[in-house]
Design a protein around this ligand. Sequence first.
Ligand SMILES: *[C@@H]1O[C@H](CO)[C@@H](O)[C@H](O)[C@H]1NC(C)=O
Ligand SMILES: *[C@@H]1O[C@H](CO)[C@@H](O)[C@H](O)[C@H]1NC(C)=O
Ligand SMILES: *[C@@H]1O[C@H](CO)[C@@H](O)[C@H](O)[C@H]1NC(C)=O
Ligand SMILES: *[C@@H]1O[C@H](CO)[C@@H](O)[C@H](O)[C@H]1NC(C)=O
Ligand SMILES: *[C@@H]1O[C@H](CO)[C@@H](O)[C@H](O)[C@H]1NC(C)=O
Length: 510
Amino acid sequence: MVLKCGVIFTCVVVLLLQAPESVTAKICILRERNFTSEIWDFWTGYYCYNYTPDFRLNFRYTNITGYILNGSQIPVALIPDEEIQYFSFHYKDPTSLQYLRKSFQTDHFFGLWINCCEEASDCCENSMTDENVYPTEEYPCPAIWDGWTCFDPAKAGTIQKETCSKQAYSTESDVCELQSEKTCFANGTWNQTTDYGVCAIAPVLRHRHTFNVIALAIATVISFPAVVIFFSLRTFRKNLRYIMHRNLILIIVIRNLLTIMSKQIIILDALNSTGTTVMDENSVACRVLAFFENAAKNGMFACMLADGFYLHKLIVRAFANEPSLTYIYVAVSVLSFLPSLIWAIVRNDHGAKDCWMVDDTNDQWIIDGFRIAILVINFLLLLDIIRVMVMKLKRGSVSQQVKSTFRATLFLIPLFGIHIVIITNRNIVPSNTCEAQDIYYYISYLVEGLQGIMVALLFCYINSEVRGELENAFRKFVLYLEQRFDLKFEKKEDLRRATTATYVEAYNRK
Ligand SMILES: *[C@@H]1O[C@H](CO)[C@@H](O)[C@H](O)[C@H]1NC(C)=O
Ligand SMILES: *[C@@H]1O[C@H](CO)[C@@H](O)[C@H](O)[C@H]1NC(C)=O
Ligand SMILES: *[C@@H]1O[C@H](CO)[C@@H](O)[C@H](O)[C@H]1NC(C)=O
Ligand SMILES: *[C@@H]1O[C@H](CO)[C@@H](O)[C@H](O)[C@H]1NC(C)=O
Ligand SMILES: *[C@@H]1O[C@H](CO)[C@@H](O)[C@H](O)[C@H]1NC(C)=O
């Protein structure tokens, strides 16, 4: 966004040049001109209005002319057909407010204009002192109000940054704060055009979600072979502990894929395209995707619980019966789908829009509460396991396998716990700047991606039993290959020998 002067404004400036200036009054700088504080609010109010983006207005008062107030020129808007002929742009003048409100589309946008006027007033009163409105040796670029933002004095050849004005955002509200940039040239003059292009929120969000997609894609690529390994070897298909591990990794992979899909198809699409987006269309298909993504996330926690439950059975209730697999599958399905179903019904009630992707009604708590509950249960199981484990370890009556599963679980439950603590506490971000939020989101997405990788790593890739089985399988496979290869090779050799023999024989016969 770049500030532009209308044709009418230019003629007002010309008029202003002829206006007498009070010498003793406080001076404040608005772009390339300076004004006494008496008429400051009239001018800045006009600038704030003039630079208000078109999409915030119903119509724009364009018939602007100059009016002499106490010997100084101020801009006023002319209204030919009404009893009032003109009004000023002072944000404290009730008549002006009444006319200007009609021009704005919403109270919110009107409020932003008033906000701009107040900031301008504050800038003149508090940021522009008699010292810093004049260029100095060190700070050749004086304090300045550029129409939207108050900039402090700057050294030559530097870039001065200030929080982006709310006037600069194209969205209804700002998600996080960015910094607009104004250059003080090497020759000691301001670039009159402040760079507000950096105030766009969309690229910030696009980077975050793209990072999320990449992290999940990497995690998926890394953890998928573990699923294949667990499925392909008979030993693992028979062992309940490995079935649990496999299902956990599998559900994480499915969840990663669903999240990647919804981010790509719905969220990144909404950030990239300008026309009607998938999110605007809000089709049934995209809500179904949101539902299954949600259920898959629950499934992760449910499978985690099943895993913890089984470890608890192995260690604490060593002589209890093996739980039935069917029973576990039913329990996991209920724990995955029931909360999502409740969530979907409530969301539907609250006006199903934006593909259920934007949580503007705080329904997310239904799901988060459930996940936290599962984690707490898991944590309690873990504590009980630790208690018994300590006793058993003293007696040395624990198998290597159970020990390694225990160690893995000991690590994984807190990892899942940390992640949910992070994502349910968005307000832990100390400041409202986009950088601070970025750090929060990047860490959160990193931990999210790490979950799948760590589960695959701990339960599969570095597990000694799995590696033993894999080495076995590999040896068998090599043997098998060798046998086949040898067989072929021998046959070929025999054949060649036979040919040679025939050849030699034929030769000898000559
Ligand atoms: C204000 O403008 C006048 C002439 O336009 C100039 O002489 C004066 O130095 C300016 N004051 C400031 C503080 O820039
Ligand atoms: C105009 O001048 C009069 C008297 O000098 C003063 O009372 C009044 O506040 C001034 N108006 C503005 C808008 O500065
Ligand atoms: C602006 O106002 C003047 C005086 O009322 C009128 O003559 C002129 O036609 C108006 N111009 C526009 C563009 O409305
Ligand atoms: C200062 O430098 C900028 C760009 O380098 C140029 O646009 C501007 O006209 C210069 N101003 C003066 C007063 O020399
Ligand atoms: C002044 O800033 C604007 C916005 O960043 C930029 O487009 C323009 O090139 C700059 N002017 C000069 C002379 O550098």
